[in-house]
Ligand binder design. Structure first.
Ligand code: AMP
Ligand code: GLY
Length: 429
């Protein structure tokens, strides 16, 4: 089979790496890919936002299956374009992708089906939002409605911060169009957990649990990022939570989608907060998590390719996924400045030395090849994953690998999976 993976992050490197192991995969293309994907696949210089370019490439090269990594092309309707050309592609269509691309669509669906989530109000008028802030109980969470790369979420502990945020989002357009409408919601106390489900429209199979570290700095301080590290399995998940998750979240969601005539075929990743009263949905994502995927896929023993195909074909009910019982820990190495304006073009050393360690996998994100060198080319540069019999062993091995890799002003968190038993990782800013 010829496979095209769309995207250029660590998630896409992990997807291409896992698909490479399938006996059914002949050629794998990555558009546009990075220095890591170029070692296991053929990079194609087409950006993930160039939808006609991607459709044209898939047609011309008779690609059998396209796997879409990021949410933007899904929200823009890439699956619909591929379907119109009778091309097979993994991911939800535009209508189903609204579960992530519109927080308001997701909230309304949850409200209608009584899916446990934070109380929330939507505003498209800044004066009304400001007035609402006079009467709420702080802290509150203020979110831009549209996609803002995980950065359009501010936790405001007092009225002054809330008012400044509303002004920035709605009047000064800090997140562009994404902040035209905002959601103000109740702050949930608890620990986060990322669940991934392969959903074929009617049925789903769950992947193992994972946790992400969203804040930029140690101790869960600093701004929100796309994710600075992850580990799997999550230490705050158990079978009791899973049955609550199935009955209170997934089943009503499937009914709700059915009623809205929305068929979701792809990867659904509900971001959860585990509260004292059970799991609450923070958001629904319509694609694999990054960097959760880099911790999950090294633990997946089953071939990923037939699972993606079964999701498209509506036969996921017949599939079971086999997992490595070991723990995976993933540490992200980022460029100085990330998640703000960051540096690029730094030479990266030690990649081969780090890769020599047993049970270590290095996934590239913002990297590019420059002659014989690998250089930084993005905010998140590498995701270093290690497997271990215990969480501590996996952590130690991951940081051993990290210590072998260097680039100027690299930045990473030293506490990935460290406070894994801490009661609350969503501390206030
Ligand atoms: P989101 O993009 O909605 O996932 O939000 C990004 C991050 O903000 C989440 O991963 C949480 O850490 C935090 N967050 C969002 N909403 C809430 C909430 N209602 N209560 C507590 N923390 C939240
Ligand atoms: N790691 C968070 C996300 O992929 O949305």
């Amino acid at each position: 089979m010829k496979i095209l993976v769309i995207g250029n992050g660590g998630r896409e490197h992990a997807l291409a790496w896992k698909l490479r192991q399938s006996p059914h995969a002949d050629r794998i293309f990555c558009a546009p890919g990075n220095a890591g994907t170029s070692q296991i696949a053929e990079n194609v210089p087409i950006r993930a936002s160039d939808l006609p370019g991607l459709v044209g490439f898939a047609k011309q090269n008779r690609v059998d299956l396209t796997v879409v990594g990021p949410d933007d092309p899904l929200a823009a309707g890439i699956i619909d374009l591929f379907a119109a050309e009778k091309l097979r592609a993994f991911g939800p269509d535009k209508s189903a992708a609204r579960i992530e691309s519109s927080k308001i669509f997701a909230k309304e669906l949850m409200r209608a089906r009584k899916i446990p989530t934070a109380e929330a109000r939507t505003f498209s008028n800044s004066k009304e939002a400001l007035r609402y802030c006079e009467q709420v109980k702080f802290p509150v969470v203020i979110k831009a409605d549209g996609l803002a790369l995980g950065k359009g979420v501010i936790i405001a502990r007092d009225s002054a911060t809330a008012k400044a945020t509303i002004d920035e989002m709605m009047n000064q357009h800090r997140f562009g169009d994404a902040g035209r409408r905002i959601v103000i919601e109740e702050f949930l106390h608890g620990t986060e957990c990322s669940m991934h489900a392969l959903l074929d429209g009617k049925h789903y199979v769950l992947l193992e649990s994972a946790r992400d570290h969203k804040r930029a700095w140690d101790g869960d301080q600093g701004p929100n990022t796309g994710g600075m590290g992850s580990f799997s399995p999550a230490n705050n998940w158990n079978s009791k939570l899973q049955s609550l998750f199935d009955s209170e979240i997934m089943e009503p969601l499937l009914h709700g989608l059915l009623q809205e005539c929305v068929t979701f075929r792809g990867l659904l990743y509900p971001g959860l907060i585990i509260t004292r009263d059970g799991p609450r949905v923070l958001e629904f994502n319509c694609r694999f998590g990054d960097p959760e995927t880099q911790a999950l896929l090294p633990r997946m023993k089953s071939d990923l390719l037939p699972l993606l195909e079964a999701t498209i074909d509506g036969t996921i009910e017949r599939c079971a996924i086999e997992w490595d019982a070991r723990t995976a820990v993933t540490v992200v190495l980022a460029s100085a400045g990330y998640p703000g304006k960051y540096e690029t073009e730094k030479s990266i050393s030690g990649l081969d030395e780090a890769a020599k360690l047993d049970d270590v996998q290095i996934f590239h994100a913002g990297t590019k090849r420059d002659g014989d060198e690998v250089k930084t080319a993005g905010g998140r540069v590498l995701a270093v994953t290690a497997l271990g019999l215990t969480l501590e062993a996996a952590r130690a091995r991951a940081y051993q690998a990290v210590s072998r890799i260097d680039f100027e002003n690299r930045h990473y968190r030293r506490d990935i999976a460290l406070n894994a038993v801490a009661a609350n990782v969503t501390e206030l800013l």
